[in-house]
Write a protein that binds this ligand. Structure first.
Ligand code: GLA
Length: 735
């Protein structure tokens, strides 16, 4: 609900459990008065205090008043140069070279339904689900208009933000920074949690108290990156999984980003999230506008678990555009780890034939099917089927796969080119590179300049031809290097600061075209695993390959970290062969299965090499997944223990939204002799119901929630234990 008090220029956004408020003060400055647990409302600017602070200047409009300074007030969207020395949201270079802007309130408007952003990913919402508030600020001297968009999803406790900057003046202005979100909070005593890592070990949470000054993470790699994720949490020192105040902030963007938090001199804190200012400079000619990516906020005073579940629900229902909706997606087998580049049609059909009897439904042909691609140093850019490996093209192969009762999926990497390719020989200038310098190589490949329409059109046409040549129901869109040498032959020198962002817009445009032309196609995002796992990509690709690391034990950490912002149904997860190729570790099929089932679920192995017993285990595993997919894919997710903490096991649960059904998963760590007894306290159940556990005894919900379930002792490392709980109606004596 949006309460617009025009008279007092007071704007209050209520969601079911939270309240967010702004007020334009006497000088027209938009102040941020409150964001937190839901309160009744009223004018919360009563919380603000004013005093004369040295070295905190007073704006010209305040005349001789010394107690009014932008440097100490909580701001909604702060431009640089006017006396607020904290991290700015907006930095504008005027036609005269100045870097000062003073944004003042102009008007506010409420609209039913959720705003959309042209060419950019954004949460969507019909009138019954969301409302929009647009607040327009203006800088009179520059004639610059800044529109702040707010989407309010009451039931999800989600507030989205985006900003549009319009040049209404006669001169050219340049945006040096345009953040999507600025959040000023009272107090400095917050912890900042970011999700960091590296290739094959992505999104591990790291928590530290805010220090005085600015601390930030971000990416200047052209993608959101393996190293840091565009999702961060500010929380109280005491906040934990089930208690405490926390604010989650997510940027729906797949390129360079910065998440910066600042603890100020007077113990207030600011979080700024948006496109990274590095090599960003957007020229706005008269009449032109720039729209930032969207950011989304969730506040919870019941800890991280509730925060995550709010993001999960909102993402599932109002961000993913999944052709399957809530229907179960096919269980897939991917050829990569089974064959790498070494295959022909017979070998692929053999792999598929070994999979079909196990209940696997989709065969995905990974890298190596096109151009002269026998290793990763050639062929990218040439999107025509290699008929030496696949005579008769995709059509012939797909017919053989379909004859086994399976559907077919394909790997592509459209943004890249190898120097050893027909495409590069014909169009060397289509790759990003700086004139006079040889471009850096990454995995022996260069990055195509997707900021250019003709480049995108060429690649798109080739892909469309391939995808139309046979029935392809799934595409894995990969991207296997970071951007360097970012310079576009199609843009003037003063516009080179636009290339990174135009590249991302180009990727979005291609993906949107693909969605429009192939509406039933399931697209899985990928960037060397989880190098572009973000809310922006999820709008186009409802699932993303979570990590190239398929080791079940490492995946406990990767999927745990990823789950803070993103729902399990978006996490590409497969069972692969053991010992694992990335870690050399051996884990049981049961453990690998339980971990992969908490994601999209599939396999990445040659079943022909499995023993009959293993094949039987896999068949049962697939059956189990199919039976419980609704719980695994649309249930509420509970992190019961952390894989980063010392303890005998990692546990998590999927609980149906009505609390009547749950699947609890537990994976033990490396074991020790004479282990102590432990009980696992569950979450999300109804205390008033009794639950039948694994088809056996009845357990009272309140006991499972308080005392927990006694975990049997296991011999061996990395064992798995799954509990399926179903509520029974009649209240019968338990135990
Ligand atoms: C990346 C992906 C892998 C696989 C290879 C193919 O590394 O993450 O899953 O598709 O590329 O080259």
């Amino acid at each position: 609900m949006i309460v617009l008090d025009k008279e007092h220029k007071l704007f209050t956004l209520h969601t079911q459990n939270t309240t967010y408020q702004m007020k334009a003060d006497a000088y027209g400055v938009l102040l941020h008065t409150y964001y937190g647990p839901r309160v009744r409302g009223g004018d919360l600017s009563c919380l603000l205090q004013y005093t004369d602070r040295s070295f905190s200047p007073n704006p010209n409009a305040a005349g001789t008043c010394r107690t009014y300074s932008l440097d100490v007030l909580p701001r909604e969207y702060a431009a640089s140069g006017g006396g607020d020395f904290r991290i700015p949201s907006l930095e504008v270079e005027g036609p005269d070279g100045s870097h000062t802007a003073s944004l003042r309130f102009a008007e506010a408007q409420v609209r039913p339904g959720k705003y959309a952003l042209e060419g950019l990913p954004a949460f969507f919402g019909a009138e019954a689900e969301a409302d929009t508030l647009v607040i327009t600020l203006e800088d009179a001297a520059l004639q610059l208009q800044v529109e702040l968009f707010y989407g309010v999803f009451e039931a999800h406790d989600l507030i989205t933000r985006a900003v549009r900057v319009v040049n209404r003046g006669e001169g050219t202005v340049r945006l040096r920074q345009a953040a999507s979100l600025c959040l000023d909070l009272p107090g400095g005593d917050w912890d900042l949690i970011t999700f960091d890592g590296r290739h094959v070990m992505e999104r591990c949470p790291s928590r530290a108290p805010l220090r005085p000054g600015v601390q930030s993470v971000g990416s200047v790699r052209g993608t959101s990156s393996h190293q840091h994720n565009p999702f961060a949490i500010l929380c109280g020192r005491e906040a934990g999984e089930e208690h405490g105040l926390c604010y989650g902030a997510m940027l729906l963007y797949s390129g360079n980003f910065q998440a910066a938090a600042e603890r100020s001199q007077f113990e207030s804190s600011r979080l700024v999230l948006g496109i990274h200012p590095y090599h960003f400079c957007w020229t706005l000619d008269p009449g032109a506008s720039f729209t930032t990516p969207e950011a989304a906020l969730v506040c919870s005073n019941q800890g991280f678990g509730a925060m995550s579940r709010r993001f999960h629900r909102a993402i599932r229902s109002n961000l993913l555009r999944d052709p399957y909706g809530d229907r179960r997606k096919p269980v897939l087998v991917n050829s990569w780890e089974a064959t790498y580049f070494d295959f022909d049609a017979d070998k692929l059909v053999e792999l598929a034939a070994a999979s079909a009897p196990l209940g696997v439904e989709l065969f995905v042909l990974d890298d190596g099917w096109f151009g002269a691609r026998d290793s990763d140093s050639s062929g990218l850019g040439d999107w025509t089927v290699n008929e030496r490996k696949l005579p008769g093209g995709l059509e012939a192969l797909v017919a053989r796969i379909q004859a086994l009762g399976m559907s077919f999926g394909l790997w592509v990497e459209p943004e890249m080119v190898n120097e050893d390719s027909e495409l590069y020989r014909a169009h060397p200038d289509w790759a990003l590179s700086v004139p006079g310098r040889g471009p850096s190589r990454g995995r022996a490949q260069l990055v195509l300049d997707f900021s250019r329409k003709e480049v995108r059109d060429h690649i798109y046409a080739a892909l469309k031809r391939v995808l139309s040549s046979a029935e392809v129901s799934y595409v894995k869109w990969d991207m296997n290097r970071s951007l360097t040498d970012v310079w576009s032959a199609a843009l003037a020198s003063e516009r080179q600061g636009e290339v990174y962002h135009r590249y991302v817009l180009g990727v979005y445009e291609m993906l949107e075209r693909l969605r429009q032309d192939f509406p039933n196609l399931l697209i899985e995002g990928c960037s060397g695993g989880g190098g572009r796992f973000d809310g922006g990509m999820l709008y186009y690709t409802p699932q993303i390959w979570c990590s190239d690391n398929t080791d079940a034990v490492d995946r406990l950490r990767i999927q745990y970290g990823t789950s803070f912002g993103y729902p399990p149904c978006t996490m590409g997860a497969h069972v692969s062969a053991t010992p694992n190729e990335q870690t050399g570790r051996t884990a049981s099929l049961e453990t690998r299965g339980a971990v992969a089932m908490s994601g999209t679920f599939g396999y990445e192995m040659d079943f022909g090499k499995s023993s009959p017993e293993e094949r039987e285990t896999i068949r049962k595993q697939v059956e189990f997944f199919k039976k419980h997919h609704h719980l695994l894919q649309t249930g509420d997710y509970y992190r019961l223990t952390s894989p980063f903490q010392e303890g005998p096991y990692t546990a998590w649960a999927h609980v149906s939204p009505d609390g009547r059904e749950a699947l609890v998963n537990l994976v033990t760590g490396s074991t020790h002799a004479a282990l102590p007894f432990t009980s696992l306290r569950l979450q999300g159940l109804d205390p008033n119901l009794d639950y039948r556990v694994n088809g056996g005894k009845l357990w009272p919900g309140d006991v499972l929630l308080t005392a927990g379930y006694p975990i049997p002792l296991f011999l061996g490392d990395y064992q798995t234990f799954q509990l399926y709980l179903e509520a029974v109606d009649a209240s019968s004596p338990a135990f």
